[in-house]
Design a protein around this ligand. Sequence first.
Ligand SMILES: [Zn+2]
Length: 74
Amino acid sequence: MGCGCDDCEKMMQPYVDGMLSDDEVVEAKAHLEACPPCDKRYRFEEKLRHFVRIAADEPMPEELKQKLAGLRST
Ligand SMILES: [Zn+2]
């Protein structure tokens, strides 16, 4: 999985979560620029977080809500 650098494995999650210190962010960015597989992985993780956030904001799609409401009334 990934490029095999131990460092990027360690910094990936905290980086995506915004938990790194300023110095560590600089380091992480430098690594991502030099390491395309990590950069790709970071973009994936970031997208994943994004979708999770949307899912949390909208727990249920309108269509599903209506379907459930329909089930309840029958
Ligand atoms: Zn790497």
